[in-house]
Design a protein around this ligand. Structure first.
Ligand SMILES: Nc1nc(=O)c2c([nH]1)NC[C@@H]1CN(c3ccc(C(=O)N[C@@H](CCC(=O)O)C(=O)O)cc3)CN21
Ligand SMILES: CC(C)C(=O)C(=O)O
Ligand SMILES: [Mg+2]
Length: 279
């Protein structure tokens, strides 16, 4: 299993880090088999699994349940769990309690926190307390209402400058890695070049220290709107539709189950049961 140190070593050796979201045991096990470096129990689960239209309704309890399933499926893969909407914005005690539950009850190896600013002192405190914290900057989906949509971030001089300063601050605060979402490739490459910690991109071009994608997006399992930065490395949706339609058809025409999927009993016993001889 990776550690914050071996991940940093991958950056130094210019070996790209492969990260994928996982929300359940079988998908986590499949990622482990593919030698995924890192798993992310993303709050995107709210949209991909639970059918919400944003990540805002997701709770710490939801994240704990998903994290437990993921760790059972892939106990040997370093797993980062998202701290959901507002779970780290109240008092320091509330934030630490939410992080503690995610790690102790969920079994997460690290947590991911969206944003810099007010979260910078929290990242410092958590790191000093022994928690590995991954930061998430650029498009931070929990701030959908403030950002006005899932838009590319850091395109103007002002917002690019702020992003660079935020990235330096979270590294200084002790974050062991940074996710940069939906930022111009040139800017992400620059930020990766000035930080010592690994920068994992999503919609941030090819010159970051690693990539992360949502499991269902990467495997072509449809979930409505798919961001334009997504590449589907398999196309499972058509297979799912074909399989489910075939099941319905075979149930309706009674071709399923056939003899090979049916248990039998000795005719002599059946005879006794039906005639009531055994009662
Ligand atoms: N299935 C899925 N994949 C994701 O990557 C993902 C989620 N869900 N849910 C949580 C967030 C939301 N994300 C999103 C959603 C939409 C765009 C999107 O459509 N962006 C536009 C940018 C348009 C612009 O500013 O020019 C795009 O064209 O990609 C980006 C990230 C990323 N996360
Ligand atoms: C898209 C990644 C970075 C994420 O935060 C999530 O899946 O929730
Ligand atoms: Mg997330």
């Amino acid at each position: 299993m990776h550690t914050t140190l071996t991940l940093r070593k991958l950056k130094q050796e210019r070996i790209p880090i492969a990260m994928m979201t996982a929300y359940d045991a079988p998908s986590a096990a499949a990622c482990a088999q593919a030698e995924m470096d890192l798993l992310l129990v993303g709050d995107s689960a709210g949209m991909v699994i639970h059918g919400y239209t944003s990540t805002v309704p997701v709770t710490v309890e939801d994240m704990i349940l998903h994290t437990r399933a993921v760790k059972r499926g892939a106990p040997g893969v370093f797993t980062v769990t998202d701290m959901p909407f507002l779970s780290c914005s109240g008092s320091r005690n509330e934030a630490v309690s939410a992080v503690r539950r995610t790690i102790q009850d969920g079994g997460a190896d690290a947590v991911k926190i969206e944003g810099a600013g007010e979260f910078v002192p929290l990242i410092t405190a958590l790191t000093e307390g022994g928690v590995a914290v991954m930061s998430h900057l650029g498009l931070t989906p929990q701030s959908f209402a403030v950002l006005g949509g899932y838009k590319v971030q850091g395109k103007s001089e002002k917002s690019a400058g702020r992003l660079i300063e935020d990235a330096k601050q979270v590294e200084e605060a002790g974050a062991f890695a940074l996710v940069l979402e939906c930022v111009p490739g040139e800017l992400a490459a620059y930020i990766a070049s000035i930080l010592s910690i690994p920068v994992i991109g999503i919609g941030a071009g090819s010159r970051t220290d690693g990539q992360v994608l949502v499991y269902h997006d990467a495997l072509g399992i449809g979930n409505g709107h798919v961001p334009s930065f997504v590449k589907a490395f398999a196309h499972l949706e058509p297979s799912i539709h074909t399989g489910l339609s075939e099941y319905v058809k075979e149930v309706k025409d009674r071709s399923f189950p056939d003899a090979s999927h049916t248990f039998t009993m000795p005719a002599s016993i059946l005879e006794k049961v039906i005639t009531g001889a055994g009662i």
